[in-house]
Design a protein around this ligand. Structure first.
Ligand code: HPA
Length: 288
């Protein structure tokens, strides 16, 4: 658990060091599987280690449907990939530090690339339900930031972090190289858990968003702050409120994820194999 007495980044450093010790080496890639993506874990190779992330990293146990809370280490090509099946959200009553703790721990364990996946509502009718979309940028409307609070303990980077290249353009190009039909859009993060009103959706569209969801934005900031490269992929599970004739149905959101799991797994496994090589490291992370 993230304790009140020490800086959340120190808690994440300790969790990352424990994981590295347990694995005997650093993971080079961290993957977070959001709503609708859980079944994709099996496409990422057999587990070398699979335990509750609460036990390995001290993350809060997720309560969202389909989020198992497991952390799996598996080998994809030369990379050791640490996959969190599920995440915790602000709407579960957690603060920003708890929401990003798992991602921070994996980056501080050595992961240099972070792949964040989620389910999202589409604000553009050309974004098809059941299809993945690359996150090109985000609008954080949650009112929260993982960088609020005491400054990061040195030598970690300071909190006034530049976000002009939050989602790595080179990683997006890797995905487009594998599947040129994958779309791209701006992700608006809201706190949830209620879906939006049609008026909120029309505001989000005018603000320049293409997708809306309840996660990812804080994890992206936290990973980027620590120097990791971030790839974001949304699965479009529904047309957003007001665009969807019958409204938004939470069960439908999960069902779309289940149906798309096969193709998402193939895509993600191919992306991980095509990532610019990071190589294996056996010693402690060179990252501060
Ligand atoms: N809104 C917010 N979050 C979501 C949606 C949506 O329409 N679909 C899946 N997650």
């Amino acid at each position: 658990m993230v304790s009140q007495d020490r800086h959340p980044l120190e808690a994440a450093q300790a969790a990352g060091a424990r994981l590295r010790e347990r694995l005997g080496r650093s993971p080079s890639v961290a993957v977070v599987l959001g709503s609708g993506w859980a079944a994709v874990a099996d496409a990422l190779g057999p587990a070398e280690l699979e335990r509750p992330a609460a036990e390995l990293l001290g993350v809060a146990a997720p309560t969202a449907p389909g989020h198992t809370g497991l952390l799996r280490a598996s080998r994809v090509g030369p990379e050791l990939v640490a996959t969190l099946s599920g995440r915790v959200h602000l709407y579960e009553g957690h603060g920003a530090a708890a929401v990003v703790h798992g991602v921070r721990a994996l980056v501080l364990a050595g992961a240099r690339t972070v792949v964040l996946t989620n389910a999202a509502g589409a604000l553009r009718p050309d974004l098809e339900v059941g299809r993945p979309v690359l996150i090109a940028d985000q609008i954080n409307l949650t009112g929260a930031s993982p960088l609020t609070g005491a400054p990061p303990p040195p030598p970690l980077p300071g909190r006034f972090v530049d976000l002009s290249r939050l989602y790595d353009p080179e990683l997006r190009a890797v995905v487009r190289g594998i599947d040129p039909s994958v779309g791209e859009g701006v992700y608006a993060a809201v706190a949830g858990p209620q879906f939006e009103t049609p008026a909120e959706v029309s505001m989000l569209r005018r603000q320049g968003a293409d997708l809306v969801g309840m996660s990812t934005a804080l994890e992206a900031i936290a990973a980027h702050h620590l120097g990791a490269r971030v790839l974001g992929l949304s699965l479009v599970t529904n047309l957003a409120s007001g665009l969807a004739p019958a409204g938004v149905d939470a069960d439908e959101v999960l069902a779309v994820g289940r149906d798309a799991a096969g193709s998402l797994g193939l895509l993600l496994a191919a992306v991980l194999r095509a990532l610019p090589a990071t190589g294996e490291r056996t010693g402690p992370s060179s990252r501060p």
